[in-house]
Design a protein around this ligand. Structure first.
Ligand code: 5GP
Ligand code: ZN
Length: 114
C-alpha cells in the first residue's frame, strides 16, 4: 500500500535492521525500542490490523506468532519471559496501520496492559 511505512520497509524503500525474512514475513528492530529487546513481526502483505484480518489469513497470523516465539528464543528472552502484543486501532494504541506484533523483553515489564 502506498504511504504505508511498513509496506515501504517490505519494498526496501525505507531501511530497517532486519533479523529475519521469509516469503511472507519480516522481523526487524523497532526504531524506538521500549525494552532491551524490541522487535516487530510484520506480514509482507498489507493487512491493516488484527481487527480486519481475513479468515484466509489465519495461517499467516499463526505463522507470525510461531516465528515470534522462535525469534524471542534466539534473542535470549524466552526463558525469563517476554511480551508479544499487537495494537489494533486508535484506542488500541496502533500508530502504524499495518499489522505487526511487538516482541518485548530483556527487562521486567509492567504488569499493566494499558
Ligand atoms: P504501534 O503503536 O502501531 O503498535 O507501533 C508502531 C511501532 O513501529 C512503534 O513502536 C514505532 O517505534 C515503530 N516504527 C514506526 N516507524 C518505524 C520505522 O520506520 N522503522 C522501524 N524500525 N520502526 C518503526
Ligand atoms: Zn502496509
Amino acid at each position: 500500500m502506498e504511504d504505508c511505512v511498513f509496506c515501504k520497509i517490505v519494498k526496501g524503500e525505507i531501511p530497517c535492521d532486519k533479523v529475519y525474512e521469509d516469503d511472507q514475513i519480516i522481523v526487524f528492530n523497532d526504531i524506538h525500542p521500549q525494552a532491551p529487546v524490541h522487535l516487530l513481526v510484520i506480514p509482507k502483505k498489507h493487512i491493516k490490523s488484527i481487527a480486519v484480518m481475513n479468515e484466509k489469513d489465519v495461517a499467516l497470523v499463526g505463522q507470525m506468532v510461531n516465528i515470534a516465539t522462535r525469534i524471542a528464543a534466539a534473542a535470549g528472552i524466552s526463558a525469563k519471559g517476554f511480551r508479544l502484543v499487537t495494537n489494533s486501532g486508535e484506542e488500541g494504541g496502533q500508530v502504524v496501520p499495518h499489522l505487526h506484533w511487538h516482541i518485548l523483553g530483556g527487562r521486567q515489564l509492567s504488569g499493566e496492559l494499558g
